[in-house]
Design a protein around this ligand. Structure first.
Ligand SMILES: [Zn+2]
Length: 307
């Protein structure tokens, strides 16, 4: 191994997938929409930082993008970990914009003077829980933690010099320092990475529940690229009149079924229900085939459904 390797892919958070399924079909309130946009922004910041690490860290290392574990019945999410020979770097990645200041230990947004969750406390809490998680391994490895601000539009006033943060103007230098390190990974590092993966839990369900019901959701085939309902389902392909995106019918329908399952976990996946969900735009033949090829049939005669 000559450079940093990602031990698992960073998946789109389930909460974002949930909102993406809902968004084209239901008018979200401004609050819900802002919440969703913040989540997307945070996720984009994390992906951006992953790429920086992968590009700059040329020696041996393991990148752990997003870790979700439980310790002492407390759930803990870590944005990014980098395992090197000497150290584990823990990064709390923030894609904040605008002017912020610290006053009396509180973090505030200058435009509104509102207090925000102290990201350093968040990071320290994660570090403590990670230390406890790793204790049984008796590793001789340091943990070094930072809050990383990746957005160039972010400014922080009154920050003490010793605050464990990396500001946008310090990001390049930090990457340079990292890239000058030499690191050789051994079996113990691989075991550590495997231990973390074993302890990683599935992404939690959406924490924010939006109130909607089946009747009020718009039904029909949608474009998987721009979410427009303005699509024509042809013999083989679904083509978007709005953006021109073309997709195999099976693929388009499979995405619609996944959205149905995500938004209505209590509803049964049947040919009739999916036909209604896609507003009869996909043929029953396609629905039958996609269900058969991608899901398991629970055969109850006329009450059969797929899981
Ligand atoms: Zn489109």
């Amino acid at each position: 191994m000559s450079s940093v390797s990602c031990i698992k892919p960073r998946l789109t958070p389930r909460e974002i997938v949930y909102f993406q399924a809902l968004l084209p079909r239901f008018p979200l309130s401004t609050n819900d929409l802002n919440y969703y946009r913040n989540k997307v922004k945070g996720y984009e910041g994390e992906c951006f930082f992953d790429n920086l690490l992968l590009k700059n860290f040329s020696t041996q290392g393991y990148l752990v993008p997003y870790l979700n574990f439980e310790q002492n019945n407390t759930s803990c999410q870590i944005d990014t970990l980098l395992i090197t020979q000497q150290k584990i770097y823990l990064f709390e990645v923030k894609n904040f914009e605008g002017e912020h200041y610290i006053e009396g230990g509180n973090w505030c947004l200058r435009a509104s003077n509102k207090t925000i969750t102290n990201p350093v406390h968040q990071m320290q809490r994660a570090e403590t829980l990670l230390r406890q998680l790793l204790k049984p391994l008796r590793l001789d490895i340091q943990i070094e933690s930072y809050v990383v601000f990746v957005n160039p539009e972010f400014t922080l006033y009154h920050a003490p010099f010793d605050l464990p943060v990396i500001l946008p103007t310090q990001l390049n230098r930090f990457m340079k320092t990292l890239s000058h390190q030499t690191s050789t990974l051994y079996n113990s590092h691989r075991k550590l990475a495997e231990f973390l993966l074993d302890n990683h839990l599935d992404d939690p369900e959406s924490r924010r529940k939006v109130k909607y019901d089946y009747e009020n959701l718009k039904k029909g085939a949608i474009c998987s690229k721009c979410s427009s309902f303005d699509v024509v389902v042809g013999y083989h392909k679904t083509i978007c009149d709005y953006c021109g995106h073309s997709q195999a019918n099976e693929e388009n329908l499979l995405e619609a079924i996944k959205a149905f399952k995500l938004l209505f976990p209590e509803k049964r996946v049947t040919i009739n229900n999916i036909n209604e969900w896609s507003n009869s735009e996909h043929s029953t033949k396609t629905i039958r085939r996609v269900l058969k090829n991608n899901f398991e049939l629970v055969n109850l005669g006329r009450y059969s459904y797929y899981v």
